[in-house]
Design a protein around this ligand. Structure first.
Ligand code: ATP
Ligand code: MG
Length: 471
């Protein structure tokens, strides 16, 4: 068969060229030509396609009359995954699972397929990265169920599509999208054009056979040009698997979900037997909290679930100009803002010191409610004063810090306070709420919060050498 012709289309102006060039001849933009498969000569079979000139008008259907089967979800049997998906996989949907190399993408998908096939579902694991033997070795580590999953080691997307069509699995994993290639394009596997073409082909066959697809994709630190970023609009659901490789905790969160909320987060731990769900992460993190100077417990909200995490700060004198501001697990810009407000409105100066802030356990917190914890951890580290009470329980807090030094309300204060109380962390320092909450020590300003926290620490917590400004 002759190789299907391809063309190069400018993503800015739509200009078409037969050969690739660095600059678009149409609009003059650089690096915008993308290889796409040229349409074959046959007119499209579907009505409304870009076929012959005279088209028949289609008849829209009232939504009430659209046939939709009662939604039935496919449970992966991994509680945290099902929760992040909004109650399991939707048949015929496409999920993109992104994550850094070695984070555990293959492990979690292999576990999910093992559970699904154990509950009588037809599954298929397509691997383009590893040989079938390597996949088997991982499955052996994961337990009996995982060994029942049919595996296909293939990188040609045409063969994969044909297999999905003939096997019609209910759930199919493609690991990874960057290794698949379409023979219709000449560009290398993993290029934007290939990744798009491959995903398009998979989505098309998935919709036809009602197969729920989980497409694995690598993400580089920058979000990667040729990576899954370009696919986010196409797929139904984008999950990201995050965590530090050296640490055992991993979090799974949804960036986009057409069938559920995007705020849910699952927490896992990597063990030799695979990924284990951490069902009560708060208990784990609180038990690990040191309560030393510079340590504070943040009552964060991860979706609908309150989560207690330890925020640690280190303030150290430095000769470096400008001093270092290092944030792990929180946004760097928010750290800079909190440091500025501390200095301007709460009298805590760290101008000539390096400041390091870390959310323990490799967890990432993306909410303004973390501001107060960051501020108190820095104030505690600078004063060399632990904030724990006489029994050694760490201080818990939450709240957004405003630019004028005020403490602002954040969502779900009652749930946060209740979670902290569950672990005996009372009172929680937080912004004033409309209703009085038992267990909440409400304050209006960052200055008052800092004073209150340090005073509590002097009554109970251990003290260390305070940070002294360099002369
Ligand atoms: N015996 C073991 N005990 C504990 N952890 C292990 C064991 N074997 C592998 N791992 C962990 O599993 C991780 C690899 O998992 P996996 O292959 O699922 O990752 P991945 O995201 O698919 O990686 P890639 O990007 O290479 O495809 C390793 O980083 C390692 O931490
Ligand atoms: Mg892998």
């Amino acid at each position: 068969m002759a190789r299907a012709r391809t063309k190069h289309v400018c993503s800015e102006c739509g200009h078409e060229a037969l050969a690739w060039s660095g600059q678009c001849a149409g609009c003059g933009a650089w690096n915008t030509l993308l290889e796409t498969a040229a349409e074959s000569g046959r007119p499209r079979a579907t009505a409304g396609g870009r076929g012959s000139g005279a088209r028949r008008a289609a008849r829209p259907t009232r939504l009430r009359d659209v046939e939709a089967p009662a939604e039935r979800r496919l449970l992966t049997g991994i509680g945290e995954v099902d929760r992040v998906l909004g109650g399991g996989l939707v048949p015929g949907s496409v999920v993109l699972l992104g994550g850094a190399p070695g984070i555990g993408k293959s492990t979690i998908t292999a576990m999910a397929l093992g559970n699904l096939s154990g509950s009588g579902r037809r599954t298929l694991y397509v691997t383009g990265e590893e040989s079938a033997a390597q996949v088997r070795m991982r499955a052996e580590r994961l337990g009996e169920g995982a060994l029942d999953v049919p595996v296909l080691a293939e990188t040609d997307i045409g063969a994969v599509v044909a297999t999905v069509e003939s096997e019609a699995p209910e759930v199919c994993v493609v690991d990874s999208v960057q290794t698949m290639h379409s023979a219709e394009l000449t560009s290398a596997p993993g290029s934007v054009a290939q990744v798009r073409q491959v995903t398009g082909a998979l989505m098309e066959v998935g919709k036809r056979t009602g197969t729920a697809l989980i497409i694995v994709g690598h993400v580089t630190k920058e979000g990667s040009v040729a990576g899954p970023r370009v696919l986010e609009h196409l797929v139904d659901c984008v999950l990201v698997f995050e965590g530090e490789r050296e640490r055992s905790y991993r979090t799974l969160r949804a960036l986009k979900n057409r069938f559920g909320a995007t705020s849910e987060v699952g927490v896992f731990e990597m063990r030799s037997g695979g990924l284990v769900e951490v069902e009560d992460p708060s208990a784990r993190f609180v038990a690990e909290a040191t309560g030393a100077p510079g340590s504070v417990v943040l009552v964060a909200m991860e979706g609908t679930r309150p989560l207690l995490v330890e925020v640690q700060a280190l303030v150290a004198p430095t000769e470096v100009v400008p001093p270092r501001r290092v944030a792990n697990g929180i946004d760097r810009n928010r750290l800079a803002m909190v440091i500025a407000v501390l200095s301007r409105h709460a009298g805590v100066q760290v101008g000539s010191a390096d400041v390091f802030v870390n959310v323990a356990g490799g967890v990432r917190v993306d909410e303004p409610g973390a501001d107060l914890a960051v501020a108190l951890a820095i104030a505690s580290a600078r004063a060399g004063q632990a904030l724990s009470d006489p029994e050694g329980r760490p201080l818990a807090c939450f709240g957004e810090v405003g630019l004028t030094g005020e403490l602002r309300q954040v969502g779900h204060p009652e749930r946060r306070v209740a979670e902290a109380r569950k672990f005996g962390l009372e009172p929680v320092i937080g912004p004033r709420t409309s209703e009085r909450l038992g267990g909440l020590s409400a304050v209006d300003t960052l200055r008052a919060a800092t004073r209150g926290a340090l005073a509590r620490g002097r009554r109970g917590g251990a003290a260390a050498e305070p940070f002294a400004e360099a002369a």
